[in-house]
Design a binder for this molecule. Structure first.
Ligand SMILES: O=C[C@H](O)COP(=O)(O)O
Length: 254
């Protein structure tokens, strides 16, 4: 088994250019000299990407992600940004399927499958988010929903393409709420996701796919979550906006 551990900071719609520049500087000050088996991914807003790319370019172990992209390469889509454009500013990963995109922008599996293709065509990797809202968790049908999200968004890919996918499990009820999934809940879902991957792509792919946990992850709970055998790091929201907290979470992944 050779899984890459990743700690990714999703800034969401936060930080102007100057605040973001300072945040990257502060993170680099604390978290450089990482071991090679942990990757740190910074996902700032579009406006920050080019600058952040120049700030991290000489620091080993740091990578850049965008938070979304359009599914087409170019055209009359006012206000949109394509994967092809993101690649040209040095983006390595694109986050797709985040529950906020699903909820506020109506993104469904059909659209997400096209976006996944666009990112892979542009030779970047995908951090594909899945996760259930509270009512699904309360009804104990979270496995069915997460399986449907993975099937619809990713299972059209061949094995070579699927190797470029990182999955992030983010229970919607834990995002920005301070209510974290227990280590047991996270482990159960991550193991289930691995079993779903195994059914289609086999044991090696299942064992090698990086699966992140996201949802109110912070310095106090990161080590416990990351100690779960099927949790390979985290997708961090609020705590990624504070350099000290993000650094502590990164160090919990070692
Ligand atoms: O993408 C990140 C997640 O939505 C988690 O956000 P949070 O850490 O603020 O709960």
């Amino acid at each position: 088994m050779s899984r890459t551990k990743i700690v990714a900071g999703n800034w969401k719609m936060n930080q102007n250019l100057f605040e973001g520049k300072q945040l990257v500087t502060d993170i680099l000050k604390r978290s450089s000299n990482l071991s090679e088996n942990v990757k740190v991914v910074i996902a700032p807003p579009f406006t920050q990407l080019e600058l952040a790319a120049s700030q991290i370019k000489d620091t080993e172990g740091f990578y850049l992600a965008a938070q979304n992209c359009h599914q087409e390469k170019a055209g009359a889509y006012t206000g949109e940004v394509s994967a092809y454009m993101l690649k040209s500013v040095g983006v390595d990963y694109v986050i797709l399927g985040h529950s906020e995109r699903r909820q506020y922008f109506g993104e469904d599996e059909t659209l997400l499958a096209k976006k996944v293709n666009a990112v892979l065509d542009a030779e970047m990797k995908v951090i594909f988010c899945v996760g259930e809202p509270l009512e699904i968790r309360d009804a104990n049908t979270q496995n069915e929903l997460v399986k449907k999200q993975i099937l619809g968004g990713l299972f059209h890919l061949d094995a070579t393409q699927f190797e470029k996918i990182v999955i992030a499990y983010e229970p919607v009820w834990a995002i920005g709420t301070g209510r974290t999934a227990t280590a047991e809940q996270a482990q159960d879902m991550h193991a289930f996701i691995r079993s779903v991957i195994e059914e289609k792509y086999g044991n090696d792919m299942a064992a090698n796919t990086t699966i992140l946990y996201g949802g109110s992850c912070n310095p106090a709970n990161a080590a416990t979550l990351f100690a779960c055998p099927d949790v390979d790091g985290g997708l961090i929201g609020g705590a990624s906006l504070k350099a000290d907290d993000f650094d502590a979470i990164i160090k919990a992944a070692f």
